[in-house]
Design a protein around this ligand. Structure first.
Ligand SMILES: [Zn+2]
Length: 236
């Protein structure tokens, strides 16, 4: 694709691209939206080709839909190494985490990296355990940072002409908050991030509540980034 232009109308990738407003709305780490969006990449063996798809949740969660479609597809090649990357607006719930682990167990040729914009019901202990189990199963789980937003914008979004560099820049504070909470989950610590809705003002309040156990277990370089932040962040 030529630099400085949008995806051309003849571009075969347009079919699976989402609109800029959709990307900004679904992947905004400050919003608690009902919709869940998955942007997926699949690579086979040493082939330079990347297969990309975008999907929203239906009556089933996006992860389940992906697994069902993938396992029923004719492109399934069990003898070829397969690398997958998922960009998810919400992290997998515990039921999806279990389904993903079963899928990976049945398809040992597949490796999976998951980037998430937000943690789904992150104080729920089953969801926390689900994420730990995924990581134990070899899945890399990370919070989306600016480089993933840029990558998704260029490869999954029908950005306007001249706007190749126009991906949404969300304040890094939210990435830091969610990354810190993901650290807590993976270290089996209690939550340090509290998210509450204050309906009368239509506010979503993000609070960082650090306990002694957090200071003991979380690497100092991670904590120092969080300590620079105001402990209470509101978003409306
Ligand atoms: Zn789910």
């Amino acid at each position: 694709m030529a630099s400085g232009t949008g995806p051309s109308t003849g571009d075969a990738t347009l079919r699976r691209r989402i609109e800029p407003w959709q990307f900004e709305a679904y992947f905004d780490p400050r919003q608690l939206r009902k919709e869940a969006c998955m942007l997926s990449e699949v690579r086979w063996g040493a082939s330079p080709r990347t297969w990309r798809e975008s999907s929203l949740n239906t009556t089933s969660h996006v992860e389940i839909n992906f697994i069902e479609k993938f396992t029923s597809g004719r492109s399934l090649r069990p003898a070829v190494r397969c690398s997958m990357t998922w960009f998810l607006s919400w992290s997998p719930c515990w039921e999806c985490a279990r389904a993903i682990r079963e899928f990976l167990h049945q398809h040992p040729n597949v490796s999976l990296v998951i980037y998430v914009a937000r943690l789904y019901w992150h104080v729920d202990e089953q969801n926390r355990q689900g994420l730990r189990d995924l990581v134990t199963s070899g899945v890399r789980v990370q919070i989306m940072s600016d480089s993933e937003y840029r990558h998704c914008w260029r490869n999954f979004v029908n950005f306007p002409p001249g706007q190749e560099a126009g991906w949404p820049r969300f304040p890094p504070m939210w990435t830091t908050l969610y990354a810190l909470e993901l650290s807590c989950i993976l270290l089996s610590l209690p939550p340090c991030l509290k998210i509450s809705r204050r309906r009368q003002y239509r506010l979503i309040v993000f609070q960082l509540i650090l306990q002694t156990c957090h200071y003991r277990a979380i690497p100092p370089q991670v904590l120092s980034a969080a300590e620079l932040m105001h402990p209470l962040v509101a978003w409306c």
